[in-house]
Design a protein around this ligand. Sequence first.
Ligand code: UD1
Ligand code: CA
Length: 455
Amino acid sequence: MNDLKVLILAAGQGTRMKSDVPKVLHRVLDKTMLGYVIEASKEADAKEICVVVGHQSAMVKNTIKDIYEDISFAVQKEQLGTGHAVMQAGDFIKSGNILVLCGDTPLITAETIKKLCEKHENEGNSATVVSMVLDNPTGYGRIIRENDNFSKIVEQKDADSEQAKVKEVNTGVYIFKAEKLCEALSGLSNENAQNEYYLTDTLEIIKNSGEKIGIMVAEDDKEFMGVNSKLHLSYAIKAMKERINTNLMLDGVTIIDPENTYIGKDVKIGPDTIIYPGCMIEGKTEIGDSCIIGPNTRISSSSIDNCVTIQMSVLLDAKVKSFTSVGPYAYLRPNSNIGEHCRIGDFVEIKNSNIDDGTKVSHLTYVGDSDVGKCVNFGCGTVTVNYDGKNKFRCKIGDEAFIGCNSNLVAPVEVGKRAYTAAGSTITKDIPEDSLAIARNKQENKNGWRKKVNK
Ligand code: UD1
Ligand code: CA
C-alpha cells in the first residue's frame, strides 16, 4: 500500500500499571512497547506515523524522538475516548489510508499489518477491522454481524446479554479510507455507558452510509495482547521472548533453556553458538558463529566475533574478537576492544581500553584507559591507576610485556615492548623496551625476631 499512514493511540494513563512511567514506555525486554508498534509499522512500509499522546506527553515524545526519526505527535489533552483521540490527529488523517494501532499492544507484527492492508485494498473496503475469537470475550468490544457481514461493534459496558455472549471481539486494529473516517468522526456522539467518543462507532456510521466494511479474523490472538498491568507486561515479555528465541533456534542457535534466556529483537547470533541459561542479550548486539555464551551473562550493544567463550560476565558496548575467552566474572565496560586469542579471566574489569591479540589478563585486574599490545601477560592483581580525582590518563603497554603480580601502573605511563615489572611494583615512570622495573622496598630480614619479642 503506497499511502499507508499509521496512527498510534497512546494517550491513556495506564492507571493499572501503578507506575510513574507512562504505560507505553514500559519495556518488553530491551524495547518500549510503543517502540515495537512503531517498528512493526515501519516494517509494513508505513509512509507516515503519528502518535497520539496525552498523559506525560513530554516524556513519551522525548523518549521516542531520541530513538525513531520521522514520527509526528498529536496531543489529546483530555482522554474522551478512542474516537476523540483519532480526531486530535488533525490533518494527518485527512488523506491516504489510516491504520489505527494501540501503543500498548507490542506483539503486533508487520506481516499482519500487511495482510490487513492487502485485504482492505483487494476488497475495496472503506474500513477493515481485525477481529479475534476468544473463549472469554469479557472487556472487549463485540463484533456484531448480520448475515455474516459487519453490522456494528458494541462495547462490553453497552452490550445487552445476547450481545455479551458473542465471542468475536474487536482487537482495536483497523484501517480506514481517510475521507470516510473523517466524515464518520464528525458524526460521533458520546451517548453511551462511558460517555466517550468511541472510534468503534465510526464503523457503523460508515456502513450506514452504504460503504463496505471488512473483517479480518486474526490468526494469532497473541499479537493483540494488550498490556494494562505489570502482570500483563510479564505475559507480553514471555510471548516476545518465545517469538525471538524461536526464530534464533530455527536459524541454528542452540538455546539450552529458552524460558530462561532473554534476547532482544535486534540481536543477531550466528549458527552453532550455544546460549546457556540466565543470559540477557540486549541492544544491537552481534554474536558470531560457534560461541559459548553464559550461563548468567549480560551482553548489551556489543559485538562478539566467532568462537568466543563468555561465562558469567557483563559486557556493555564492548567488542571481542575470535577465539577469545571472557570470564567467569569479568566486566567489560564501554569501549573495551579485545583482540583475538585473548584471555580475560575472573574478576577482571576493563574500561575504554584496547587489548591486542594474544594478551592475557587472567585474574583480579583493572585495566582502564589503556592501550595494550599483543601477547602481554598481566599478573594477578594489576591495577592501571588512571584517575587522579580530576582527570583520566592513559597507560600504554608494548607487545609481549610482562606485568608482575600486584603491580600498579600509574598513568600516564608507558611500559616498553618486552619490558617486565617486578611483582608488587608501583610504576610511575616509563619503562624502556626489554627492561625490568622494580619499584618496591627491598626486603630486610630480622633474624630471630620472633624469639626475641616472645621472651
Ligand atoms: C478498545 C475498543 C474495544 C476493543 C479494545 C481492544 C473503543 C471504544 N473500544 O476498548 O472495542 O475491543 O480497545 O483492546 O475503542 N486512548 C487514547 N485516548 C482516549 C482513550 C483511549 O489515546 O481517550 C488509547 C489508550 O491509551 C489505548 C487505546 O486508546 O492505547 C485503547 O483504549 P482503551 O481505553 O484501552 O480501550 P478499550 O476500552 O480497551
Ligand atoms: Ca482498556
